[in-house]
Ligand binder design. Structure first.
Ligand SMILES: Nc1ncnc2c1ncn2[C@@H]1O[C@H](COP(=O)(O)OP(=O)(O)OP(=O)(O)O)[C@@H](O)[C@H]1O
Ligand SMILES: [Mg+2]
Length: 616
């Protein structure tokens, strides 16, 4: 589903920045299954280093608990080989006391190891989540045009959850590694003659792990990709549930979701089958190995009498420990590889470079702000539509404090002008200036700090009305917020809510009507107190009476501010100092209402349609 725009962009030959990013993500998604090392996990290292105390403690208790486990093999030898050691009650007591001590140490060290490892893991994931979110916030809109939000969210949630488990699995792998090395060392000391055999046993267990491990890894990555698809689609359809129900498309939507989930299920099953086969092979080979060794060992004890019973016991204990720790490492490696794949997906997002960023040495905008705007021969096409420029040789210069209205048919490029001014995109040619500075040379945040926007469908956030207004300017006082709400004609209906302006407005403020949301968005822009005011159909959802009231407030707010106002209803732009008429991405006429009507061009036509004979 996401492929189409990417392919389109690539096919067009001149992909925009977002398209390039998205395409590289898609490509690496295909390349991903072939990466078979744990390198992606190295990305976690700086985060682990930041919490090194936990890591060191975990390592310490890991060593202690593993040593305790290995010590038990010696205890076993003493117990079974009792003989000379436990000939008095006191000696026996001492022996069991020692055993109890070792087991207590084992228990305590295991618990502490678990604690520190888990804390480290949770902390690292929390840090990484924050880092990822912060990074995603810096990406430009072009990126999100090409990458579905669901895909990004899936990387931030599902993949992140896989990383969460990695610390536990890594500690299991480490513990088994320590046990394995310890057991092998002891084996070489206790029964040097059997070393070759033990190594053979280990190889038996490792072979299927390496043969099948790669396949299991590849298949689990595929399942993960399919699952991300399902999540993405579910999010999209639930967001638009009203539309789905209004069109009675529940069954259709469900069928599409079912198909995605079934695909994910089949991908998972392929992995499960491979893994099941792998487990069977590992166990079978291990028992063949252990059996063979037991055969040799028993021959040595009972027939050739070259080995004693207690040594046999310790030998068996150590051999089984070595074998099972290798088996467990294999098992755990599957999980760690899965996490490595997840980390790969996260890294792609983490290293996606935003196209719009401050240059190394940004030019500072002049202080105090003047509010001058200039577009000089700007040509701009959206990523993925290189042949259909939204602006063509567009020039416009707005003096500080001037009120300019942008009018024109739908799709003329009016909103695009505001997007370039906010530097969500850079034009392919031409220059956009704010207060005389080319926006490309400035820090985007500095330019945006001078602007207050009421967008065409200005999204609000869950939280109270106060929180939504404060979004316009951090640190706005309650009085300022009430004044802004008053000016936006929002104070009346907001005060009538159960808890006044503290009432939660719901996700995307969906407990408010369209017109109420619009007024809240205006209040949010007014409280910002910025020198440049950008209004994109800011009053389109209001009834005539409220529109007149809000217009009045906006006109007051416009005093001393540069304003760009976009409106389809020409009545709302009559008071502008200048009306700029756009068509097809460039300016076709400009002037005041009366002159434009007199000229008899596009504006006169629009005016005639809207005002009827009166204007004519
Ligand atoms: N994200 C996008 N990707 C590709 N093309 C886009 C995108 N956004 C807008 N366009 C195209 O750019 C052109 C100008 O769009 P713009 O939103 O600026 O129009 P507008 O004048 O604001 O129209 P309206 O009055 O309907 O809001 C349109 O042809 C539109 O299809
Ligand atoms: Mg628009």
């Amino acid at each position: 589903m996401t492929d189409a725009p990417q392919d389109e962009a690539i096919a067009a030959g001149r992909p925009g920045a977002g398209a390039v990013l998205a395409a590289s993500m898609a490509q690496s998604a295909q390349r991903r299954p072939k990466s078979r090392d744990l390198k992606p996990l190295a990305e976690l290292w700086p985060h682990v280093k930041a919490h090194w105390v936990d890591a060191v403690m975990a390592g310490l208790f890991l060593l202690i608990s593993s040593s305790a486990t290995l010590t038990l093999s010696a205890a076993g030898k003493f117990v079974t080989g009792g003989g000379g050691h436990f000939n008095t009650q006191a000696a026996l007591n001492r022996g069991f006391l020692a055993l109890g001590l070792v087991i207590s140490i084992l228990a305590a060290a295991t618990a502490l190891r678990f604690f520190f490892v888990s804390r480290l893991g949770e902390r690292v994931v929390a840090d990484l989540r924050i880092r990822l979110y912060d990074h995603v916030l810096t990406l430009d809109p072009a990126f999100f045009l090409q990458t579905r939000t669901g895909e990004v969210l899936s990387r931030m949630t599902t993949d992140m959850t896989m990383i969460e488990t990695v610390s536990a699995y890594a500690s299991m792998a480490l513990r088994n590694l320590v046990l394995f090395v310890g057991a092998m060392t002891l084996l070489i000391i206790v029964v040097p003659g059997y070393t070759v055999f033990v190594v053979g046993l280990v190889l038996c267990v490792l072979a299927p792990l390496f043969l099948y491990g790669r396949r299991v890894r590849k298949l689990s990555m595929q399942a993960q990709d399919k699952f991300a698809d399902a999540v993405g689609f579910a999010g999209e359809s639930l967001d638009a549930l009203e539309t789905v129900q209004a069109f009675c498309r529940e069954a259709g939507v469900s069928a599409r979701f079912t198909k995605t989930v079934e695909t994910a299920f089949r991908a998972s099953m392929r992995r499960v089958r491979a893994r099941a086969l792998m487990s069977a092979l590992v166990i079978a080979l291990m028992f063949v190995g252990v059996g063979g060794m037991a055969y040799l060992a028993l021959t040595a004890v009972f027939i050739k009498h070259t080995m004693t019973g207690p040594v046999l016991f310790q030998f068996g204990f150590l051999a089984i420990m070595a074998g099972s720790s290798v088996a467990q490492i294999g098992e755990v490696m599957g999980e760690i590889q899965k996490a490595a794949g997840a980390m790969d997906r996260i890294s792609e997002l983490l290293h996606a470079q935003p196209n719009i960023a401050a240059p190394d040495h940004p030019i500072a905008l002049p202080v105090p702000p003047r509010g001058a705007i200039a577009f000089e021969h700007v040509t701009f096409a959206y990523p993925g539509r290189p042949d259909l420029p939204a602006l063509r040789d567009f020039s416009l210069s707005v003096r500080p404090g001037e009120r300019v209205a942008l009018v024109g048919p739908s799709g003329a490029g009016k909103s695009t002008v505001l997007r370039l001014l906010l530097r969500f995109y850079d034009p392919q040619s031409g220059i956009v200036r704010v207060d005389g500075v080319n926006l490309r040379d400035a820090d985007p945040a500095q330019g945006r700090a001078r602007m207050a926007l009421v967008g065409q469908d200005a999204p609000l956030f869950s939280g109270s009305a106060y929180e939504n207004i404060q979004f316009g300017r951090e640190g706005a006082t309650e009085e300022e917020m009430r004044a802004a709400a008053q000016a936006a004609q929002a104070l009346g209906f907001l005060s009538a809510l159960p808890e006044g302006l503290n009432t939660p407005v719901g996700e995307r403020a969906k407990t408010l009507s369209g017109g109420q949301r619009q007024r809240l968005a205006i209040a949010r822009a007014l409280v910002r107190n910025a020198p440049i005011l950008l209004l994109d159909e800011a009053t389109s959802a209001l009834d005539a009476e409220n529109e007149v009231l809000v217009q009045k407030a906006l006109h007051e707010a416009m005093v001393g501010r540069t304003t760009l106002v976009i409106a389809h209803r020409l009545a709302t732009v009559l008071k502008a100092d200048r009306i700029v008429v756009m068509e097809d991405g460039h300016v076709v006429e400009e002037g005041v209402h009366a002159d434009l009507v007199a000229r008899g061009g596009l504006y006169a036509r629009l005016a005639k349609l809207q005002f009827g004979v009166e204007a004519a």
